[in-house]
Design a protein around this ligand. Structure first.
Ligand SMILES: Cc1cc2nc3c(=O)[nH]c(=O)nc-3n(C[C@H](O)[C@H](O)[C@H](O)COP(=O)(O)O)c2cc1C
Length: 351
């Protein structure tokens, strides 16, 4: 479905999480192992993203000693407003962690009730809470009592197709004073298979009066606006597409304004990768920086002509300098044609 200008102009552009204005209402989904401070700043720097979140952090690991070992909650002021996401299932422990997160400077605290990983659900965290809504309610009430920042909830549609309880979960959240909710409408059983059924998100929007954010399978700018329109949600979250196309937030804002939509050339992708290497190298030890680059290039360079060998060579690199050279060499032929939109790789032209 392609929206016309009148429909686009009627779409909401912002929503409030209590006193916090989220504008634009297109937000980066939390992704464990991906959305660290460096990634978040890269996305924010490109424009069009109204809110970011830390990766999920186990509430039991929020002690001053543990925080020195892991850096999941590190952030810089330019990321504000910032959501920090916790997982847990013991009301008191999650409430204690919530208070610490507030002291650390979070603007919003999000509770994870959707992670499908057996490592997480095995401990009763994440989507496991969907099997025990009274417990989820105790967790939410305890957390609400412990902090004064807004608390939000991110959840799935249910444990499996036989136990869909997204409407109940949404209503419980609202009754507990949760400020906004985000639904990824797959079940835990589905993990990331099948498709995200946005009619479930639309049904939640009808059932509660707090802001509802939809998450799942938004692949491009058109998808995002169409979801806002058909599901009637307050905001849209973007996860995996932010890795394959970090410009998606910018493109959504351009599509909304009716102007030309930026289409990155290979030279733009090269610039972004090199910038990301610099940021990672500045922020973390070399091996971590290299791993982050490998993660991004695996998504960002997919589909670029003759890039399989380059991607494989980057994956084999042991040093950042080697990876940087491989990337620069691959993209060098494009540099001269940087003004051409998506110029074909010279080898492709020769073939
Ligand atoms: C690698 C990866 C890690 C994720 N980690 C988290 C997480 O830490 N917390 C969370 O609430 N959701 C997490 N998710 C789910 C996403 O936030 C999002 O709801 C889901 O990927 C669907 O959106 P998408 O199709 O735009 O990716 C993760 C997803 C992926 C792919």
């Amino acid at each position: 479905m392609t929206l016309n200008r009148t429909q686009i102009e009627a779409l909401p552009a912002s929503y409030q999480i209590e006193h916090i204005m989220v504008r634009p209402n297109i937000i980066l989904a939390p992704m464990a192992g991906v959305t660290d401070s460096t990634f978040r700043r890269m996305i924010l720097g490109m424009g069009g993203c109204g809110l970011v979140s830390t990766e999920m952090t186990n509430a039991n690991s929020i002690s001053p000693k543990a925080l020195k070992r892991h850096h999941l909650l590190d952030f810089l002021p330019e990321e504000r407003p910032l959501t920090m996401q916790l997982s847990g299932n013991e009301p008191e422990a999650v409430a204690r962690a919530a208070a610490t997160v507030e002291q650390l400077g979070a603007d919003i605290l999000d509770i994870n009730c959707g992670c499908p990983s057996p490592k997480v659900t095995g401990g009763g965290h994440g989507a496991s809470l969907l099997r025990d809504l009274p417990k989820l309610e105790r967790v939410l009430r305890a957390v609400k009592q412990a902090v004064s920042i807004p608390v939000t909830l991110k959840f799935r549609a249910g444990w499996d197709e036989d136990s869909l309880n997204y409407l109940d979960t949404a209503k419980i959240a609202e009754a507990c004073g949760i400020a906004a909710i985000a639904l990824h409408p797959r079940t835990r059983e589905q993990r990331y298979t099948g498709h995200a059924d946005w009619s479930r998100i639309a049904a939640v929007k009808q059932a509660v009066s707090i802001p509802v954010i939809g998450s799942g399978d938004v692949r491009d700018a058109h998808d995002a606006l169409e979801r806002l329109h058909t599901a009637g949600v307050d905001g849209v979250m973007i996860g995996r597409a932010a890795m394959s196309n970090p410009w998606i937030f910018l493109q959504i804002s351009q599509l909304r304004r009716g102007g030309p939509v930026f289409q990155p050339t290979p030279a733009d992708k090269c610039d972004l990768l090199l910038r990301y290497i610099e940021m990672c190298s500045h922020d973390m030890p070399e091996q971590l920086a290299l791993n982050k680059l490998k993660q991004l290039i695996g998504q960002l360079a997919l589909g670029l002509p003759y890039s399989a060998e380059m991607r494989a060579n980057v994956q084999r690199s042991r040093e950042v300098s080697t990876a940087r050279q491989i990337i620069s060499d691959y993209f060098a032929p494009y540099a001269a044609q940087a003004d051409l939109p998506c110029a074909p790789h010279p080898e492709l032209v020769a073939a």
